[in-house]
Design a binder for this molecule. Structure first.
Ligand code: HEC
Ligand code: HEC
Length: 295
């Protein structure tokens, strides 16, 4: 008798639990969908706070990219570091993007690309226009890589764009991360002297970049057929001098600013491939723009 009572109360308890669970789900599902973002915020108890954020250098690990974009992020990194292997038809020299954007641009001590995803579109003097990252990257293919520009809808370009975006995670949009972009020039009045630069080259650079500057198994070419062409940013004495003063010799930068300017002048005199334009340098302004932002 007692056992039967216990059994029926157990059944009742289980039924009650099932009903309770059903009630909870019913009300959750039938909760009205918020129409506006403000409603949704208020419901979640998080009113948007407009505090400006400072960019912080903290690129996320590639493996942590969300599953759906991870293969493209990984491929983008490989294109940056093994450019000739993954984008052979677009490379016309013996270089890889990573030779100037160390660790595929994920390093701070290089022409860093951490934050580019948040920095662009950006006004570019060369084009006299505000350009996006696909157009910017095409420039490095045609000039720094002495090659051809992949189309914006190619797998190569799309992988690079996905990669840039991921390594820019957390950087406030349109901020200008202080580590990104090279300084325009060394703030130094020294007149670059190519003859003195030859000595710097022989004393400091040859042990890695080769006696003739054409590269070696441990460092890329500085000039000659395998180097960047004369349309590249690095072909400017001011850009080259900032780069080598900040980052060369690799892992142990030690030149004075004067040495950097001198060796840049020497490099500038050496032979390298010629840039041939395949399309107009400037973007044609068909629609008049007023008050266009310049940087
Ligand atoms: C200890 C070896 C080493 C020394 C010494 C060295 N470099 Fe480099 N340099 C490298 C490496 C390695 C890279 C490519 C880095 C990478 O791919 O991660 C590089 C890249 C460069 C680049 C950009 C890529 C290119 O080839 O155009 C320039 C420019 C450059 N070095 C100039 C110089 C100059 C000028 C000197 C002498 C003042 C110098 N380096 C001394 C190892 C060195
Ligand atoms: C010979 C050196 C060199 C090589 C190789 C090179 N770049 Fe660059 N890259 C530069 C220089 C110089 C800049 C301009 C930096 C500046 O003005 O702050 C730049 C800028 C960029 C920028 C814009 C960065 C910014 O902050 O605005 C992107 C994106 C870029 N490069 C992508 C690439 C890709 C992709 C490759 C390979 C296909 C590549 N680069 C190869 C030298 C190089």
């Amino acid at each position: 008798m007692n056992q039967a009572k216990l059994f029926s109360s157990l059944i009742l308890l289980v039924l009650l639990l099932i009903f309770g669970a059903w009630l909870v789900f019913f009300f959750q599902w039938s909760a009205p969908m918020p129409r506006t973002a403000a409603q949704a915020g208020a419901e979640a108890g998080t009113a948007a706070s407009p505090t400006p954020l400072e960019p912080v250098f903290n690129p996320p690990a590639l493996e942590d990219a969300p599953e759906k974009i991870r293969p493209m992020v990984m491929l983008g990194y490989k294109i940056m570091t093994e450019t000739k292997k993954y984008a052979p038809e677009y490379v016309g020299n013996d270089m890889a993007c990573t030779n100037c954007h160390f660790d595929g641009g994920r390093s701070k001590d290089t022409i860093s690309l951490v934050g580019v995803g948040a920095k662009y579109p950006l006004y570019r003097g060369r084009r006299e226009y505000t350009a996006d990252l696909a157009l910017r990257s095409q420039g490095c293919f045609e000039r720094s890589m002495n090659g051809k520009a992949p189309a914006p809808d190619s797998q190569i370009m799309q992988s690079l764009l996905v990669y840039y975006q991921w390594i820019s995670k957390g950087i406030p949009i349109y901020s200008n991360p202080p580590w990104s972009a090279l300084a325009h020039h060394l703030d130094n009045d020294h007149k670059p002297d190519a003859a003195a630069g030859k000595t710097v080259f022989e004393d400091v650079c040859t042990r890695c970049h080769g006696d003739d500057g054409h590269g070696s198994p441990i460092a890329p070419p500085l000039w000659g057929d395998g180097a960047y062409n004369d349309g590249a940013g690095m072909n400017r004495i001011r850009t080259f001098s900032v780069f080598v003063w900040r980052f060369m010799p690799k892992s142990d930068p030690s030149l004075t600013q004067e040495q950097a300017l001198d060796v840049a002048a020497y490099a500038h005199e050496q032979p390298r491939p010629k840039f041939t334009a395949t399309h107009p340098n400037k973007i044609e302004r068909v629609i008049p723009l007023d008050g266009e932002a310049r940087q």
